[in-house]
Design a protein around this ligand. Structure first.
Ligand SMILES: Cc1cc2nc3c(=O)[nH]c(=O)nc-3n(C[C@H](O)[C@H](O)[C@H](O)COP(=O)(O)O)c2cc1C
Length: 191
């Protein structure tokens, strides 16, 4: 079964991330096309990267690092649910990206950003990093931003109160599905 990992990229106790991740998981699972699963960075307490070399050619010597690469390898594609910390992705997310390499390669990734500007700046930075990891990034994303973000974050409104997110999410998931099928067919073709 084709599997998509929805990565929760922040880890602090008071995080908002669970809300968009749960909303997206329910919407994605209702499509019935692939298996969608949450991948919570809290479940992977990676050390701050201390390996002898890049994960590109040197597997991690750390048991958590090895477990993480195996977890990433389970999936055919990803959706990174991301906040914006000082206009970039969380340090936990960047660390997790650095802690694997072959398992990310030739797989697509889409983004759900939340924040003042829908984490647009963090998403753009993640696109650059994903490109270095030989991933394909889906152009259309979902951005919970501005007053809607404040109403959901501080005001406690459910994401169901923002129906405009649904067509954005489905467009993103449609594109992701195309890349998943295409890259699954070609992942092991010689260069
Ligand atoms: C260290 C830090 C930096 C932040 N920087 C930004 C920022 O650059 N842009 C933004 O829109 N929100 C920023 N915020 C507010 C976050 O959007 C908000 O706290 C959000 O809930 C963070 O995601 P999380 O709850 O999943 O950790 C920042 C929050 C923290 C903790």
């Amino acid at each position: 079964m084709t599997k998509i990992g929805i990565v929760i990229s922040t880890t602090r106790d008071a995080r908002f991330a669970d809300k968009p991740a749960a909303w997206l998981l329910a919407l994605a699972q209702a499509r019935g096309d692939f298996e969608y699963e949450l991948v919570d960075l809290r479940d992977h307490p990676l050390p701050f990267f201390y390996e002898a070399a890049s994960s590109m050619a040197t597997p991690s010597e750390d048991p958590e690092g090895q477990r993480w690469e195996r977890r990433v390898a389970e999936f055919d594609g990803f959706i990174f649910v991301t906040a914006e910390y000082n206009h970039g992705p969380s340090a936990a997310m960047k660390n997790a990206l650095d802690y694997a390499y072959p398992a990310w390669n030739r797989k697509p990734v889409a983004f759900f950003g939340y924040g003042g500007v829908g984490a647009a700046r963090a998403v753009e930075q993640l696109r650059l990093v994903a490109s270095a990891l030989e991933m394909m990034t889906v152009p259309f994303g979902v951005h919970l931003q501005g007053g809607d973000f404040m109403a959901a974050w501080k005001g406690g409104k459910p994401l169901e109160d923002f129906p405009q997110l649904v067509p954005a999410a489905n467009r993103m998931l449609d594109q992701l599905a195309w890349w998943v099928r295409t890259l699954n067919a070609g992942r092991y073709a010689p260069v």
